[in-house]
Design a binder for this molecule. Structure first.
Ligand code: PLP
Length: 393
């Protein structure tokens, strides 16, 4: 705002219009290109590659056997149901409240008391990305914690717990409750209980970023277990939900931010703060996607259909994991590939080094993020993996 005012002052003080024009042309002189986004850079390089053999394993979205996006039947049915609806206005406050309630029930369970007791607040936000960025105005110092162990390609539980114990009291932790991105490594139920206990000891705040509920195990309730353990233990919880992957609605940007509070009074105050941040960030969210989500969550038949379709996607990913591991073992690799089936969700953290990833791009036109994260996309790939052969020994 200050910069804008200065600009207006400079303009009004300027005597000749040609001087204003030349000055105006200098606005962007010092702007250099931003560093490339690691995921978008993979897609750009893939698009620029003219090889017919190219494969892009970098995109974080579910794909069918042809590598195409999948449109769920429940989404098609919801589209038919809302067709003709007037979509030019923002969602009514009652409709967005319903969407938040349905989303919260998905996380905490349909029998959870928090909706009845009105001990939560929330609002629709722009998919997972914007939903997780609501805390950014706080400008608190950010630190990372241990999680993944490169040797075991699993959870580094001891180091993770140590970081929880040594973090300053009242720290805010961003956690993935299931199908961790990018590692595919989740704590066990027992480990979540220990984590939750230690959070209580240190009065830390758990904020869950959940973008894959159902895609880890095929069961929406099971994949919400981590959050429910924290809830049972009496934590106040923040949760960012994305419907991009679990409903195949990437382009619609539907998400939900919810916060548990002690009582309704707190919930109302928190909501007013969240609304103020949302107002400055994006005003109000788009309508079409949220109507699709609320139609699916609010209709028992469509919801049941969606749950079946989530299970189909999750089961297929589980089969692809097994097939990939089998293929690599059949090639006679002396390496251990158990992590492929131990990890869960849409990604396999392959353990390939940045150099190996580079080699795969150059020699085989196989694209993935430089940390070696692979997104599963078709069974055929698992059997074509002899291209990985040269890396295995
Ligand atoms: C854990 C997690 N949260 C949030 C997001 C962002 O998702 P969205 O596409 O809904 O913005 C992703 C995307 O990869 C993710 O993996």
């Amino acid at each position: 705002m200050l910069i804008w005012r200065r600009y207006l002052m400079t303009r009004s003080m300027s005597t000749s219009s040609s001087a204003t024009t030349i000055e105006g042309l200098r606005w962007w002189e010092r702007v250099g290109p931003a560093p490339k986004d690691p995921i978008l850079a993979v897609s750009e390089a893939f698009l620029a590659d003219s090889s017919p053999l190219k494969i892009n394993l970098g995109v974080g979205a579910y794909r069918d056997d042809e590598g195409k996006p999948v449109i769920l039947q429940c989404v098609r049915a919801a589209e038919a149901k809302i067709s003709g609806t007037q979509l030019l206005e923002s969602l009514s406050s009652a409709a967005s409240t319903k969407l938040v309630e349905d989303s919260v029930q998905l996380v905490y369970g349909k029998d959870s008391d928090i909706v009845k007791e009105r001990r939560f607040t929330g609002l629709q936000a722009l998919s997972g990305t914007a939903t997780t960025t609501f805390g950014e105005p706080a400008q608190v110092p950010v630190r990372t914690f241990h999680y993944y162990h490169p040797d075991s390609k699993g959870l580094h539980f001891a180091a993770f717990m140590d970081d929880i114990k040594t973090a300053p009291e009242h720290s805010f932790f961003l956690l993935h409750p299931c199908a961790h991105n990018p590692t595919g490594v989740d704590p066990t139920e027992e480990q979540w209980r220990e984590i939750s206990h230690q959070f209580k000891v240190k009065n830390h705040f758990p904020f869950f970023d959940t973008a894959y509920q159902g895609l880890a195990s095929g069961d929406l309730d099971r994949d919400a277990k981590a959050i429910r353990i924290f809830h049972e233990d009496g934590h106040l919880i923040g949760c960012a939900q994305s419907f991009a992957k679990i409903m195949g609605l990437h382009g619609h940007r539907v998400g939900c931010l919810s916060i548990l509070s002690v009582d309704e009074k707190q919930a109302i105050a928190i909501r007013s703060q969240l609304q103020q941040i949302a107002r400055a960030m994006y005003g109000s969210p788009p309508v079409h996607g949220s109507l699709l989500v609320s139609t699916i969550l609010g209709d028992p038949e469509l919801k049941a259909l969606w749950e079946e379709e989530v299970k189909v996607m999750a089961d297929r990913i589980i089969r692809m994991r097994a097939a990939l591991r089998r293929s690599l073992e059949k090639l006679g690799s002396c390496l251990n590939w158990e992590h492929i089936t131990n990890q869960v969700g849409m990604f396999c953290f392959s353990g390939l080094s940045p150099e190996q990833v580079d080699q795969l791009v150059r020699e085989f036109h196989i694209y993935m993020t430089c940390d070696g994260r692979i997104r599963f996309f078709h069974l055929k790939l698992a059997f074509e993996l002899n291209v990985f052969h040269f890396l295995l020994f």
